[in-house]
Design a protein around this ligand. Sequence first.
Ligand code: ZN
Length: 294
Amino acid sequence: MGSSSDVVELAERLIACPSVTPAAGLAFDALGAMLAPLGFAVTRFQAGEPPDGPVENLLATRPGPAGSRHFAFAGHLDVVPPGEGWTTAPFAPERRPSPGGELLYGRGAVDMKGAIAAMVAAAADVPRDAGTVSFVITGDEEGPARFGTVALIEKMRASGAIPDLCLVGEPTSVSRLGDMAKIGRRGSVNVWLSVAGREGHVAYPHLADNPVPKLVTMLAELDALELDAGTEWFQPSNLEITDLMVGNPATNVIPAEARARISIRFNDLHTGAELAARVTEIAVYRRIALSALA
Ligand SMILES: [Zn+2]
């Protein structure tokens, strides 16, 4: 194990198992069959209920000496649907010559069966006494992702085996392998805003209540928010107005409702709950209903 040709062969075995999200079955069988001979105790379980579940998950652990550190590889075996335009079958891996050597083609070669193959090959090279090694693998990262990694973390918490270190194998390289490593990911909050007014004729504004100026004022206030100036590792948090909906076909009618949507990407200075509370505070001040927070 450990040579690049082994990694490619492992990746080919994983790619050859169709696993359009949510993945189950064959791809997990293949990964389990790779890990068991390396001394990993492989646990598979399903989590969640329809419509976003059940989701197949895999937790594999090879314990190190008592008191040693615990390192986890995390990732997913599901892939997005192949789409159109393939010159070969997407789940039939193929090595093709390229200027730098060979390239491996197949759905999931990059995101992220190639990474999982590299993790397996790397784990094979880690001495048993170096510490505990785990694989935390979900079958639903590309879909709703409600019962994948979340359920795996709950399971690890319940068993008291939380890793000290974790490497997520998501592709982040820009132009060549390994040229970018990330230590975290920004959070995301989406907010739907809805302002209710009273419909009326523009000629009789005193009988109506126009929701549009209220919404526009609030959006200007939100847009002007400076959430922070960035941190050592992350760019500044940012709020974007992503949609504005009135849909009023009449030139002479004050609409009954105006809606908007905003999206916040935030760094490690914030939590989603705190940002949602902040937007809510501005909305309450402006007497605007937040129809949903997600
Ligand atoms: Zn991925």
